[in-house]
Design a binder for this molecule. Structure first.
Ligand code: PLP
Length: 398
């Protein structure tokens, strides 16, 4: 297979060459432990502090001390959720924690664990467009609620949630409640402005915006106490122990600067190509249905259901043609269960099993989109011929 059309950028992204270049000195010459006492160590420590400023700037935060470096988005989410529950939760009576049905597994699994331990967990629903009913979400808050976790953008559909408004309104109901926002799929796709917001914790992951896998960050609002997840040395102001990964932190900071500069391109060109792909598929296949229906959506993502066609087969056939896409989230691929996000949105069963996410990046080209628009309908038509649902597919002219 010669051609590679990578349309799975919500799973991970290609490392930008400039990111790699910025990392290399910290593998070769500047490999000291940033906590040590000699010049080369200071050089690493300084690079980390510069990176902290860049990440703060990326997240629209003035005080770079609010940024903690972690190993990934999952660690950032675990730090925030466990940190809040262990700090503020009542071990005897337990408390109430809220999230949404469409959250990523890095949040849902932690909630499930706390539920097993006796905490009460509430999951707010979404409508058919994947949008949250804010009033309904807020109505779930009680004086006993200690944590509300929402995501900024959904990894499967690209839906953007009004996190600033949610945080603001939630704090009016219970000022002690902590707000954690998973910003992993928003970073690099839409502007982020945390300064002055009511958000207490905000997570990002480098590999979703052209930095390598294995590095992330967590914003913690000034003065917000939480029990650290990783205990050990004094790194990260004692809030995340473990020798800092200098090259990866530097790489993520370079990626953040580049992503900030590319935002206009993401919001115009990447969006234009995404819309072209989406329209191309929807116009050539009558059994194709858009699952990404939220009015507000990140520019790179579309999720399309192909009625009466099996999603795993679509992915296998696309793979043969060099097209990479996915069904569900990267963490659940391998599982045949239909996506919990699409189920929460009540996507009908006939397209639930044949739903595919296509996610672009600033490296996606017009040629690749043209190729995908040509090949995807061919694959669906081929699969329609071997589907057991001939009668139903005939109605769509397939
Ligand atoms: N949150 C969301 C919304 C994600 O999409 C992902 C990854 O797919 C994560 C968290 C986890 O990030 P990481 O892979 O860095 O652990």
């Amino acid at each position: 297979m010669e051609k590679l059309v990578y349309l799975d950028n919500n799973a991970t992204t290609k490392i930008d060459e400039r990111v790699l270049d910025s990392m290399l000195p910290y593998f070769k010459e500047e490999y000291a432990n940033p906590s040590s006492m000699y010049d080369s160590a200071h050089c690493c420590a300084n690079a980390i502090e510069e990176a902290r400023k860049d990440i703060a700037d990326f997240l629209g935060v003035k005080n770079e001390k609010s940024i903690i470096f972690t190993s990934c988005g999952t660690e950032s989410a675990n730090t925030a959720i466990k940190g809040v529950v262990n700090q503020y939760g009542n071990k005897e009576t337990k408390n109430h924690i809220i999230t949404t049905q469409v959250k990523h597994h890095c949040v849902l699994s932690v909630y499930k664990n706390f539920k097993k331990k006796g905490y009460r967990a509430t999951y707010a629903s979404v409508n058919e467009n994947g949008e949250l009913n804010i009033e309904n979400l807020l109505s779930k808050i009680t004086s006993d609620t200690i944590l509300l976790s929402v995501m900024h953008a959904n990894n499967e559909t690209g839906a953007i949630y009004p996190v600033y408004e949610i945080a603001h309104e939630a704090k009016k109901i219970n000022k002690n409640l902590k707000i954690f926002v998973d910003g992993v799929q928003a970073a690099g796709k839409i502007p982020i402005e945390l300064e002055g917001s009511d958000i207490d914790f905000y997570s990002i992951s480098g590999h979703k915006f052209h930095a390598p896998k294995g590095v992330g960050a967590l914003y913690v609002k000034k003065g917000t106490l939480f029990e650290p997840f990783m205990l050990g040395g004094h790194q990260e102001n004692c809030l995340r122990a473990g020798t800092q990964n200098t090259p990866y932190i530097v790489g993520m900071a370079t990626a953040a600067k580049l992503a900030k500069k590319s935002l206009t391109y993401e919001l115009s060109e990447v969006k234009r190509m995404r819309d072209k792909l989406e329209d191309g598929i929807l116009h050539s296949l009558k059994n194709a249905q858009l699952n990404s229906k939220s009015k507000n959506r990140v520019p790179n993502t579309t999720n399309i259901g192909f009625k009466y066609i099996e999603g795993e087969l679509i992915l296998l056939y696309l793979n043969e043609l060099g097209i990479c896409a996915s069904s569900g989230s990267a963490c659940t691929s391998g599982s045949l269960d239909p996506s919990h996000v699409l189920r929460a949105q009540k996507v009908p069963f006939e397209s639930l099993h044949g739903s595919i996410r296509f996610s672009l990046s600033r490296f996606t080209t017009e040629d690749e989109i043209d190729y995908a628009i040509q090949k995807i309908p061919e694959v669906i038509k081929k699969l329609a011929k071997i589907s057991p649902f001939q009668k139903e597919l005939n109605e769509f002219g397939l």
